[in-house]
Write a protein that binds this ligand. Structure first.
Ligand code: ZN
Ligand code: ZN
Length: 371
């Protein structure tokens, strides 16, 4: 078990309860069993974190198949997870053992968004007696609502990012490059016990900040420029996601207005994060505020996304998301305005949906000017 310092003492996760919920969701999708091959979903179901393996979720059993490189790790991790899993270790194609497990099973779900054409043909040979069904986001749907242990890990990841940013922020006045700041953040995450960075840290200054997903460069951060810093840490596999926009010294008045509009929009969006409210209301609140200041066309992306074992996962926070928010979903709210050749601003928090409101996991201050 790769328990980092940061995951010691956290609330346990209910890994053992997941198979039953996924089985019910699979049944709703018309599947009597599922072959789970997306490794993030394998981890979710079993607790196994290796880079090769698959899970068979049959009507009565959960089987994890991996190879001999992971013989020790798989027993240790599944022992810790509390999941009821039969472990099979083989360096051969597991066709025979899976065909045996599938005897009498009529409809087997394959993960439609991650199984390649070649693999689908192979599984057709493994399960020649069954009907293969395209199962769309069955496990992903179950992953949306987090238990207390999952939220505890995300909160720990968010706290690490908050502390790392507080440590690195004063460095901005020393004239660092974007890469210097990104590296300092990544290092600070690790030093605080994170498994690593949740994604490639973004530090984008001046005109680079007008590109929403610009990778950091060797460009020195200039006085008065808006700097977008988008970062997250990982604890126990769970991620945080936060963006702050800052400026070294007072920015151009127009750039300040852009920032203040975005910060305001983000707050209004977070206010709409309440269990039972339509997800689209979060998007609408952000978008209307930005449109009111005339920058609607410069808000070029969705308002947010789910976060968890993946940095981007369901649900998607956008205008077309009519479904209600559910307590325990973890989402981001991250409006932005991007003015090509001039500046950009984005403010993002990871929040957990609750009844009557939300719990904010990322808590760094949103003040603009670093003096
Ligand atoms: Zn982000
Ligand atoms: Zn995000």
């Amino acid at each position: 078990m790769t328990a980092s310092a940061a995951s010691a003492g956290l609330v346990p996760m209910d890994v053992g309860g997941r198979a039953g919920r996924v089985r019910a969701a699979a049944a709703d999708a018309g599947c009597d069993a599922m072959l789970v091959t997306n490794l993030v979903n394998v981890r979710y179901l079993t607790g196994f974190t290796g880079s090769a393996g698959l899970a068979w979720l049959g009507p009565d059993e959960l089987v994890l198949v991996t190879d001999r490189r992971y013989a020790e790790q798989v027993h240790s991790e599944i022992g810790c997870s509390g999941a009821d899993v039969r472990i099979e270790i083989t360096n051969d194609e597991p066709k025979g053992l899976l065909a045996a497990a599938a005897v009498g099973v009529g409809r087997i779900g394959l993960e439609a968004t991650s199984v390649s054409w070649a693999d689908q043909r192979k599984y057709g040979e493994w399960f020649a007696a069954a009907e293969l069904v395209a199962a769309v986001a069955v496990v992903e749907r179950c992953r949306q609502v987090k238990d207390a242990g999952e939220i505890d890990r995300m909160a720990a990841a968010a706290a690490i990012a908050d502390d790392a940013l507080a440590e690195v922020r004063p460095m901005l006045v020393e004239g660092p490059t974007e890469n210097d700041v990104a590296l300092a953040l990544d290092t600070a995450f690790r030093r605080r016990g994170a498994d690593g960075s949740a994604f490639a840290t973004i530090v984008a200054s001046g005109p680079n900040a007008a590109l929403p997903h610009k990778r950091p460069t060797d460009r020195p951060i200039g006085a008065g420029e808006l700097v977008i810093m988008d970062m997250g840490a990982v604890v126990g596999g769970y991620r945080s996601d936060m963006t702050r926009t800052m400026a070294v010294g007072e920015p151009d008045p127009e750039a300040r207005r852009v920032f203040e509009t975005v910060r305001d929009a983000q707050r209004l969006g977070v206010e709409q994060v309440v269990a039972g409210n339509a997800i689209s209301e979060v998007d609408k609140a952000c978008r209307e505020r930005i449109e009111a200041d005339g920058w609607g066309d410069a808000f070029v992306h969705g308002t947010g996304h789910g976060v968890g074992l993946d940095i981007h996962e369901q649900p998607w926070v956008r205008a077309t998301a009519a479904e209600p928010l559910e307590a325990g979903q973890a989402i981001t709210v991250e409006p932005g305005v991007y003015l090509p050749g001039f500046c950009g601003a984005r403010v993002e928090d990871t929040v957990v949906v609750a009844h009557g409101g939300s719990r904010q996991l990322t808590r760094s201050p949103k003040s603009l000017v670093v003096a």
